[in-house]
Design a protein around this ligand. Structure first.
Ligand code: UCC
Length: 589
């Protein structure tokens, strides 16, 4: 080959031409996303075990393959083409357009067609409708480009409207939220957070609702985090002003409002101004904004928090589904990669320490999946009128537990998963780092870990301990097994349950601050013990595999009841808070 004049020039200048650079011929194969349904032994076993045959027949595999082929590409497009805010049109008119990618719009149509919200309300599969719906969302979620966020809020809004009673003006909204027709389908926002409070909604909400002569209200306020701001409607909280302009402070002063997001003939948003889009660590695919709005009253006056709690239950369950799904996705990619990547003379899959690490991730993922699906099962039972009182208590207790536990697990497992790709796990255009950035929000929005731990305490107190009684009764039944290979796991669950009961007895005699300090560990204990019981139960099923048994045994090697362990160490004693504070604010002497 003739060398170009340019090459001669570079050489004369002392540089080696690129043609001689030793870049070698090796290119690492990338991890391949296969059919996420066929690749998920636990999901398939769980559905085979629990879903009626009629439901399973409809769960065609072809659609799951579509997730790997087409939908995942849309999800990636949502990530690389994030929404942007156009404040003004070319002629200077304020328009506040949130411009989203075509892929984001495809996600909306797909969600309607697949009935990702509708299934929960059609209830064609009775008590199993929620498990069916959530298992579809579980497959969809990691490829959805975060479209699961608007879907969570849409589902929550439909639930709130249904629980309050579907009548004017929300009947049309309800039918649009739960339709399968893409051209009619609406999504909803849940605009709660203000500058003073995302967690302490009761004292942080400043938005006021001013009564109008036609019986409607104008809302004036500043919503600080409004996720999926391109929604068609929203539910939001505000304080109703009386004739003198006074409002009731605290949670009892909050009412729930419904608002449609619409535009006037000139394309301007009616009653809403979008201040700016948020610059977030992750979930960049989804528009989150600061804005002002006006709307119509929906709840009974002063019942805003209680009314929106139904929405929180649904969005927290969706959050948990997304958490389990994120773990499953990274495990699927990591185990595929381990067959394609070689180091130190052999494929990663032949390095026992690497496989042990993947197996630990798998155990965490299985635990999360079973815990989430059990909560979906309980929700389905409640909504189909099949729930016993024990089921209702369990659902109330386990909703914050599953959300807080899986949110944290997802961050840990996804982070571990990225490590299994080496440096490539840290490179943006592999699409892998986004998994971690998006997982990080799961423990933050819809109630942080500590806020939810306190919610656990509150529901125990408000039910006079009935939710705990239901928990212990159910976990014991689930944990009983005659399969000898599971004996160590059964023993671990039962002794952890006894420790938990002992903890509760002791804690009940202590000052109130004692329980508050124990709240997070208590919630973790509830999650770990119950999950252990579920893994054992699944491993006892006649169609279970040796892997199901192995996973149950490994899970139960955890400290299942950290709250008892820490109680024994005096971690919640009255001296702890001052010592914690001294440590946190330690200064050089
Ligand atoms: O907006 C956000 C981002 C949106 C993105 C969503 C995407 C999700 C997608 C996931 C898939 C990828 S984040 C907003 C985050 N903020 C929160 O989640 C709020 C966190 N704070 C709490 O949860 C607090 O505990 C509050 C706000 C509920 C505390 O308020 P109060 O007023 O102090 O609460 P109370 O007094 O405990 O309860 C008031 C009423 C009571 O009913 P009544 O009056 O009948 O006794 C409670 O029983 O509300 C009822 N209630 C509940 N009911 C309170 N919490 C619950 C609950 N969890 N379940 C049932």
């Amino acid at each position: 080959m003739r060398r170009s004049d340019e090459e001669h020039l570079w050489e004369a200048a002392g540089y080696l031409p690129f043609s001689r650079a030793k870049i070698g011929s090796f290119f690492q194969e990338r991890p391949v996303l296969k059919n996420p349904f066929l690749e998920d032994a636990l999901l398939r076993g769980y559905l085979r075990r629990h879903l009626p045959q009629e439901v399973r027949r409809r769960k065609a595999c072809k659609k799951k393959q579509r997730v790997a082929n087409e939908v995942d590409d849309w999800g990636r497009e949502c990530e690389v083409t994030p929404p942007r805010l156009v404040h003004f049109d070319p002629w200077g008119r304020r328009v506040d357009h949130i411009v989203t990618s075509p892929a984001w719009k495809h996600m909306k149509d797909l969600s309607a067609q697949e009935g990702l919200v509708a299934i929960g309300y059609e209830r064609s599969f009775g008590e199993w409708s929620r498990v069916y719906q959530m298992s579809k969302l579980y497959i969809f979620s990691p490829s959805s480009g975060l479209y699961t966020c608007p879907l969570a809020m849409t589902d929550g809004a439909a639930k709130v409207i249904q629980s309050i009673g579907v009548s004017w003006p929300t009947d049309e909204a309800y039918s649009r939220l739960t339709t399968r027709q893409p051209d009619r389908f609406w999504t909803s926002g849940q605009w709660m957070t203000e500058r003073q409070g995302g967690s302490d909604v009761g004292s942080g909400t400043e938005t006021v609702a001013v009564p109008q002569t036609d019986g409607s209200y104008k809302l004036h306020g500043f919503k600080w985090f409004t996720s999926a701001t391109d929604a068609d409607m929203t539910l939001t909280l505000a304080r109703i002003q009386d004739r003198t302009g006074a409002t009731t402070p605290g949670s009892r002063g909050l009412s729930l409002f419904y608002a449609e997001v619409s535009r006037d003939e000139e394309g301007r948003l009616k009653g809403i101004e979008v201040q700016r889009l948020k610059d977030k660590l992750g979930t960049r695919q989804m528009p989150t904004a600061e804005l002002l709005l006006d709307g119509l009253q929906l709840s009974e006056e002063g019942r805003g928090v209680a009314s929106i709690a139904n929405m929180l239950t649904i969005t927290r369950i969706h959050n948990s589904v997304s958490a389990a799904a994120a773990m499953r996705r990274v495990v699927q990619l990591a185990r595929d990669y381990a067959t394609r990547r070689s180091a130190f003379g052999k494929p990663l899959k032949d390095h026992p320490l690497h496989i042990q690490t993947l197996a630990r991730m798998e155990v965490e993922t299985r635990g999360a999946f079973l815990l989430v699906m059990d909560v979906c099962r309980l929700l389905g039972r409640e909504e189909s009128g099949m729930a016993t009182q024990l089921d209702t208590h369990l659902l109330r207790l386990l909703t914050p537990v599953v959300k807080l536990y899986t949110g944290k697990q997802a961050v840990a497992v996804v982070s571990e998963g990225l490590e299994s790709f080496g440096g490539q796990g840290y490179i943006e255009d592999t699409g892998l780092p986004g998994l971690l950035r998006d997982a990080q929000v799961l423990s933050i929005w819809e109630g942080t870990t500590n806020v939810l731990s306190l919610d656990v305490l509150r529901c125990v107190a408000r039910s006079s301990g009935m939710v705990l009684h239901a928990y212990v009764t159910h976990a014991k039944v689930q944990g009983a097994s005659s399969v000898s290979s599971l004996a160590p796991a059964v023993k671990a669950v039962n002794s952890a349950l006894s420790e938990l009961e002992d903890f509760v007895q002791v804690a009940a005699t202590r000052a109130p601050g004692y329980l508050e300090l124990a709240a997070r560990d208590l919630a973790y204990s509830l999650a770990r013990i119950y999950t252990g019981a579920l893994l054992i139960d699944h491993a006892c099923w006649k169609g279970a595999s040796p892997s199901d048994t192995y996973a149950a045994l490994r899970w139960c090697e955890h400290d299942l009841c950290p709250v008892a362990t820490k109680q024994a160490r005096g971690c919640y004693d009255p001296s702890t808070p001052p010592l914690d504070a001294a440590l946190v604010y330690d200064r050089p002497v």
